[in-house]
Design a protein around this ligand. Structure first.
Ligand code: F6P
Length: 341
């Protein structure tokens, strides 16, 4: 078989580990050939390819980012997009496509499956918010980066008797904030799943100062206060209609400073959470996911996504992958609340 591989959406530590596993097993065990499509769906849309064989995947296991490049191109938003993809796949002699991506990339993969394209999906997101899999690779790395930042911020916050607000990624799901906040001993964790009361947050901050410690607040970028609108630094939207978030951390610091009379500052971790080398956990998960993705392609089991269930890698229908966003359940947030204030 001749198999195309692409990576779409926001990049994520572990993407290269998946590509390597797919190619290594695909060539050595099954004798398949590979074509790398560049920059997500833009690759098959515009016929942008690059060679992808064992020499091209040497040494990429620990590398962050993706050797294939990525984009948020949505072919369903482009006139004649699907026909162009089908024509370019045929021109390149592609029998099957392995699409590595999150909600949006896999949503496109699912629709293309319905239109007769042979696709296998691989779940990817640092946000860990895909319903059909227990964990996504990249999440563990992002949480560790955020935890390390929180550890460092504790000592400087205490030296200056100030509140430090740490804004982490998480548009609709607060998994990174919850795990990094728990691991880093945050005094308050604010998630998109639960609108917060700024008065309560200010009270937690006051309580923390009374115990001679400095408060650390971990806030997901998609968190919103009870009484106000979501705070946005920009209203720009990408091709999938997502507003570019960022700004809730700054807003929080200003409100806390006003209510407590003590200095509050914000650190926005942003893309640092997505860059750089994956943790051992993510390298192993991404490698196993890649090995199972090439098995699924070899079996001709198209329209499926490989998923982690417990410690096993399974296959689920692509349509299930994007049906439901996996958000933080209320009882998980309640566990963390024991440590607030
Ligand atoms: O999907 C992962 C994610 O990290 C989100 O948490 C975040 O909102 C988004 O990507 C931002 O990505 P970009 O700046 O590349 O659009």
């Amino acid at each position: 078989m001749r198999i195309g591989v692409l990576t779409g959406g926001g990049d994520c530590p572990g993407l290269n580990a998946v590509i390597r596993a797919v190619v290594r097993k695909g060539v050595s065990t099954y004798g398949h050939e590979f074509v790398g499509f560049r920059d997500g769906w833009r690759g098959p849309l515009e016929g942008l390819t690059r060679p992808l064989g064992i020499p091209e995947v040497r040494g990429i296991l620990p590398r962050g980012g993706t050797i294939l490049g990525s984009s948020r191109t949505n072919p369903f938003k482009i006139e004649g997009g699907v026909e162009r993809i089908k024509a370019n796949l045929a021109d390149n002699g592609i029998d099957a496509l392995i699409a590595i991506g999150g909600e949006d990339t896999l949503g496109v993969a699912s629709k293309l499956t319905d239109l007769g394209v042979n696709v296998i999906g691989v779940p990817k997101t640092i946000d860990n918010d895909l319903g059909a899999t227990d964990y996504t690779f990249g999440f563990d790395t992002a949480v560790n980066i955020a935890m390390e930042a929180i550890d460092r911020l504790h000592t400087t916050a205490e030296s200056h008797h100030r509140t430090l607000v740490v804004e982490v990624m998480g548009r609709h799901a607060g998994w990174i904030a919850l795990h990094a906040g728990l691991a880093g001993g945050a005094n308050v964790i604010l998630l998109p799943e639960r609108n917060f009361d700024i008065e309560q947050v200010a009270a937690y901050v006051e309580k923390r100062f009374q115990t001679q410690y400095a408060p650390i607040i971990v806030v997901a970028e998609g968190a919103t206060p009870l009484e106000g609108q979501m705070q946005l630094s920009s209203q720009d939207k990408d091709a999938f209609g997502h507003v570019r978030l960022g700004g809730i951390g700054q807003w929080l610091a200003a409100e806390i400073e006003e209510r407590t009379g003590k200095e509050a500052r914000t650190v926005v971790l942003g893309h640092i959470q997505r860059g750089g080398t994956p943790t051992a956990f993510d390298r192993v998960l991404a490698t196993r996911i890649g090995l199972h993705a090439i098995d699924a392609a070899h079996d001709g089991d198209f329209g499926k996504m490989v998923a982690l269930r417990g410690t096993d890698i399974t296959r689920v229908p692509l349509a299930d992958a994007t049906r439901e966003l996996k958000t933080v359940p209320p009882e998980r947030y309640t566990e963390a609340e024991v440590f607030f204030g």
